[in-house]
Design a protein around this ligand. Structure first.
Ligand code: SAH
Ligand code: SF4
Length: 351
């Protein structure tokens, strides 16, 4: 059985053609799947009975199996889903003012092994398929309260989205397709640890917002906390960011996880300003979210505010990202996709 949620519009068109049907049938089915959230083929009432019967022979509509939902006092909702092979991923709905952002995972685990990231320390299982990416949007819709809609989607959950490039781009095409989920390009953001070829390709092939986890201002420190830096060092990365299309208005978001006594000094702030020269960007400072076994500590508040002020004084729009959902371990870098595991059981893997 093929899952109807595993096709972009163009791919569905091909499927429908293969069945000897007219192209408008693809539009109908696609609309049922994405706009009307059909969960079975029988409910697609304006599709002819004969075609529905034929579709049912080879296709189904399969969602994710949501194992657990945790809700924070601040409205943040984290859900854990089980994939068909038993892998587990987490996704988070985050309310912020009039926005409701869905944070989506792109992989089960992550191969990049950043030292401060719980996902990175638990290793890599596999890339998510299109229906597993889509499935997080459908599952999140099922958790909405009356009157709520998802306004933004960020690929900022578990995994490195540029390491699952093809499926992520197919997902983006559905997210931003008026016949699909219908988000504007400005409402979709992909966060990467800095895979330079992927950034260049994304700039040429998609029109979404880019966030980059910089997290250090020297190669020496970045090598240590983000091993991917050995492959794509700072100079190359900054060069790719300078080339990222901005359409005159798009700003890259620089994410900077602040680790006490590692990258939170005044010198770091000054070096960061130099690095960012010539890159239209805004800066998100993210105080490290500790987890059991972590080798880093959260920065002191005064370090965060000093750092932030230095950047602001240099003209950079800078925010300190509030730790939403911290009571349910939904904050940045705390997603781990395991279930029933006591916090204390985790060993301090990695180095
Ligand atoms: N792989 C992508 C997207 C997922 S990580 C990336 O690295 O950008 C999402 C964000 O969480 C990144 O900015 C990362 O630096 C941050 N992060 C990871 N672990 C964290 C932690 N323990 N505390 C705070 N932020 C963390
Ligand atoms: Fe992977 Fe991003 Fe975590 Fe690094 S910070 S290990 S790239 S998920």
């Amino acid at each position: 059985m093929k899952n109807l949620r595993d096709f972009t519009y163009e791919e569905l068109l091909e499927e429908v053609r293969g069945l000897g049907e007219k192209p408008y049938r693809a539009e109908q089915v696609y609309g049922w799947v994405y706009r009307k959230c059909a969960t079975d083929i029988d409910s697609m009432t304006d599709v002819s009975k004969a075609l529905r019967e034929r579709l049912k022979e080879s296709y189904s509509v399969e969602g994710l199996k949501v194992l657990e939902v945790k809700s924070s006092f601040d409205g943040t909702r984290k859900f854990l889903s089980e994939l068909s092979d038993g892998s587990r991923i987490e996704s988070v709905l985050i309310p912020e003012g009039d926005r409701l952002t869905l944070c989506v995972s792109s992989q089960a685990g992550c191969a990049l092994g950043c030292r401060f990231c719980m996902t990175g320390l638990s290793g890599f299982t596999r890339n998510l398929t299109l229906s597993e990416l889509n499935g997080q949007v459908f599952a999140a819709r099922g958790l909405l309260n009356e009157g709520e809609t998802i306004t933004n989607v960020v690929l900022m959950g578990m995994g490195e989205p540029l390491n699952n490039y093809d499926n992520v781009l197919r997902f983006v095409s559905i997210l931003t397709d008026g016949r699909g989920f219908g988000f504007s390009h400005n409402k979709v953001t992909l966060s990467t640890a800095g895979l330079v070829p992927g950034i260049r390709r994304l700039g040429a092939e998609a029109n979404i917002n880019l966030a980059v986890s910089l997290n250090a201002t020297t190669d020496e420190v970045r090598d240590r906390v983000m091993p991917v830096n050995k492959k794509y060092p700072l100079e190359e990365l900054m060069d790719a960011l300078r080339g990222y299309p901005h359409n005159g208005k798009k700003h890259v978001t620089i994410e900077y996880v602040m680790l006490a006594n590692v990258n939170d000094s005044i010198e770091d702030a000054k070096r960061l300003i130099k690095l960012l020269r010539g890159i239209p960007c805004k800066v998100n400072l993210i105080p490290f979210n500790p987890f059991p076994g972590a080798r880093f500590q959260a920065p002191e508040n005064h370090m965060v505010s000093t750092f932030s002020k230095i950047l602001q004084d240099a003209g950079y729009f800078t925010i300190v990202r509030a730790s939403k959902g911290s009571d349910i371990q939904a904050a940045c870098g705390q997603l781990k996709g395991r279930y029933g595991e006591e916090e204390g059981e985790r060993d301090s893997a990695g180095g």
